[in-house]
Design a protein around this ligand. Structure first.
Ligand code: SF4
Ligand code: SF4
Length: 225
């Protein structure tokens, strides 16, 4: 799930300064779960924009905000009203805002900041556990990712700053390396503690990521020959 947070309303208003008629799009998936772009947030934004003197001509919570075909279909089937708009305010992650970008040539304003890919631990409690590095190595670490969950991304053991099991960068967080060691112990694979890893090969992941071919067994990425 992509975790996002709402942008300050003043910032949104500033971005919409020259626009009078606004379309608001939300997202029925991640932005609904994070309460940044679901039905209540879209309704709240509509009310706030109208109170600020804007005319909201259309609102919709797209089932999956980053699904470009879905966004295009919705705008196409509401063409008459959407054509009256000066700008589109998108309450979802940046991918959702760019799905809207692909569907219209008008001014598109992101209403949220995208933060990370988060696991849902419980309602409104998210934790980043994978930063999609392109080459998963967590089997060597008790399936706890040091690249993401160690604040320094250390892959060969802890730094010297851990205190009482907590991370020196954020004492609220468990030190990933304590978690890794405890997990390897539970699995009876303590030998993994001494495995040395070379530098992480960041060349395997390229931005922008793109799937260019779908085979029966694999997806071929844009960076692969
Ligand atoms: S090593 Fe960590 S960041 Fe890379 S894919 Fe695996 S979980 Fe994600
Ligand atoms: S205290 Fe642990 S989690 Fe924090 S930076 Fe050091 S090794 Fe990484």
């Amino acid at each position: 799930m992509i975790i996002s947070k709402k942008k300050p309303f003043e910032e949104i208003l500033e971005d919409l300064e020259k626009d009078k008629k606004i379309v608001i799009l939300g997202c029925g998936e991640c932005a609904t779960a994070t309460r940044t772009g679901g039905e209540p947030e879209v309704a709240e934004m509509k009310e706030a924009l109208e109170a600020a003197g804007k005319e909201v001509v259309f609102t919709e919570v797209v089932h999956t905000g980053c699904h470009e075909l879905d966004v295009k279909r919705i705008l196409r089937s509401n063409k008459e009203v959407v054509e009256r708009a000066d700008a589109f305010l998108v309450l979802s992650c940046g991918a959702g805002a760019q799905a809207c970008r692909a569907a219209t040539d008008k001014h598109v304003v992101p209403g949220c900041d995208s933060l990370f890919l988060g696991n849902i631990q419980r309602s409104m409690d998210f934790l980043e556990k994978c930063s999609h590095c392109g080459a998963c190595v967590i089997d060597d670490y008790g399936s706890i990712c040091p690249v993401t969950r160690c604040a320094k991304g250390l892959v060969n053991g802890p730094c010297g700053g851990m205190s009482h099991g907590k991370c020196e960068v954020d004492p609220e967080m468990d030190c990933a390396w304590v978690l890794i060691h405890e997990q390897l112990k539970k699995e009876g694979r303590e030998d993994k503690r001494t495995t040395t890893h070379g530098p992480k090969d960041w060349n395997v992941i390229r931005r922008p990521g793109a799937v260019v071919e779908r085979g029966p067994d694999k997806l071929k990425m844009g960076s692969e020959k």
